[in-house]
Design a protein around this ligand. Structure first.
Ligand code: HEC
Length: 148
């Protein structure tokens, strides 16, 4: 069994080297970040009704909050330098104000991480505030950095 795991690990290392050097196109980064954002909407479709019924300690709430947190990291990963030239819904401002944009993405990741902790700890009022803050950060960022 141990041997088998080692072998799989080796394959993964070989594959990741192969993916990054030969077959990655700038378009792939755009697809990657857009996919992560689309999956964020899915999480909100589950979270919004839970928010309305104040079910902040629900297992689903904790799980979806965790997914939002991970997706934030994936979305950020997709904003590669090379993908700047590919047409997408990202405004030029993303690269012009890169420090501010990255800070906002990181704030989103930090807020959702806090939301996971507070929902797990059953701190409903704090979770509600963090959820509102999360929604606000989607909107505020789209206003500045996403094209219609
Ligand atoms: C810090 C900035 C930022 C935050 C936070 C953010 N977004 Fe976005 N979002 C963007 C940008 C920029 C794009 C355009 C991506 C592209 O096309 O290159 C985008 C695109 C999208 C898209 C369209 C994806 C597609 O199919 O092309 C959806 C849906 C979306 N965001 C949902 C969300 C949701 C839901 C949240 C919050 C839970 C969120 N976003 C948080 C910046 C942000």
């Amino acid at each position: 069994m141990k041997k088998y795991v080692g072998f799989t690990g080796l394959i993964l290392v070989l594959m990741s080297g192969w993916v990054s050097s030969d077959s990655m196109k700038p378009e792939d980064s755009v697809e990657y970040r857009q996919s992560a954002f689309r999956l964020m909407s899915y999480q909100l479709n589950v979270l919004n009704p839970l928010h309305r019924s104040k079910a902040y300690s629900d297992e689903q709430f904790v799980y979806r909050a965790e997914m939002l947190n991970r997706l934030g990291a994936l979305a950020l990963e997709g904003f590669t330098e090379e993908s700047q030239s590919v047409s997408s819904r990202s405004a030029a401002a993303v690269w012009e104000n890169q420090a501010d944009f990255t800070e906002r993405m990181q704030a989103f990741i930090a807020t959702t991480a806090e939301m996971v902790e507070s929902a797990s700890a059953g701190q409903d009022d704090q979770t509600r505030d963090l959820f509102r803050q999360t929604l606000q950060s989607c909107r505020a960022c789209h206003d500045r950095y996403r094209l219609d």
